[in-house]
Unconditional design. Structure first.
Length: 289
């Protein structure tokens, strides 16, 4: 079955979400509406609308005018088995001692690597993105330097690949939280498929705002692979939950944003231990004074 997408961009998060809410009343009715920040520092947001019937171009043009957005780009999406397609195209990823793979590549596990099974039902956090790979490589660096912390938190965990990497290497219970309940469901499925349900506990939380997070802290290491804005706003709270001499691994940071993020964390008691770039993305290891 052919489906359709309609994409536009406009300035401002509030305007984008207001537009998305209004678009839900379109006829024909959309099957889904998504809002995404364009991570180039422009302040623009993308609104994506999906349909099983060809959308009304005139109605979409009215919405563009009402919300001061660019004209919608309407496209046909051919019917495909997207999960199978992604599985075929996503090769395994090596990041330091870790090997991230899908079940379709289970026969490719190299000796001496720590396997992390992430299937492609949701692509974010598979290890192919520079931020996830950067965090795994940063954690590998800490381990090589002798890090042996027991209390670990993965904020904005996505697929929970970082929490699982920690659980494969260190004792103790690892917490993995995300603001998105769907992401937490995916994370829990991955935890089970990797045989780590007794070591990794998943939960829905906005930032660090959850009783289990407070009860399990303070932490020897916090992973926060999110975005510049949340990283900056969470800096005081993250600092309050890291032990002296503990670490944060921060990513979701465009290269040109790294100095600003590092400066905010410096004001909250951290020194930069390592800065690494993968294509457009920077990962920071920072140690609490």
């Amino acid at each position: 079955m052919t489906t359709y997408s309609a994409l536009t961009t406009l300035a401002g998060e509030d305007a984008a979400y207001d537009m998305a809410e209004a678009l839900e009343d379109l006829v024909p009715e959309p099957t889904g509406v998504g809002v995404f920040e364009i991570e180039d520092g422009s302040g623009l947001w993308e609104v994506a609308v999906y349909f099983t019937e060809k959308p009304d171009a005139g109605a979409l043009a009215v919405f563009s005018a009402l919300f001061d957005a660019k004209p919608f780009n309407i496209s046909e999406i051919p019917d495909q088995d997207w999960v199978s397609k992604v599985q075929r195209e996503l090769a395994p990823v090596e990041a330091g001692r870790f090997f991230v793979y899908g079940s379709h590549d289970a026969d490719k596990l190299p000796e001496g690597k720590i396997p992390l099974l992430i299937d492609a039902a949701m692509a974010f956090g598979t290890g192919h993105h520079g931020t996830t790979k950067g965090c795994l490589e940063a954690f590998d660096t800490l381990l090589s330097d002798g890090f042996d912390g027991r209390r670990i938190l993965d904020v904005g965990c996505g697929t929970a690949v970082l929490a699982m990497a920690a659980a494969k290497m260190l004792p103790g219970t690892i917490l993995a939280s995300d603001i998105d309940p769907v992401a937490v469901d995916v994370a829990q499925a991955n935890v089970v498929s990797n045989g780590l349900k007794d070591q990794v506990k998943t939960l829905v939380a906005a930032g660090l705002d959850a009783a289990p997070i407070a009860q399990n802290g303070p932490y020897d290491l916090i992973f926060a692979n999110i975005l510049k804005g949340p990283l900056i706003s969470l800096a005081p709270e993250i600092s309050a939950n890291v032990v002296e001499g503990g670490y944060v691994i921060l990513s979701g940071i465009l290269n040109e944003q790294a100095e600003e993020v590092a400066a905010v964390y410096a004001k909250n008691g951290f020194n930069t231990a390592q800065k690494a770039e993968i294509v457009d993305w920077t990962t920071l290891i920072m140690r609490k004074n």
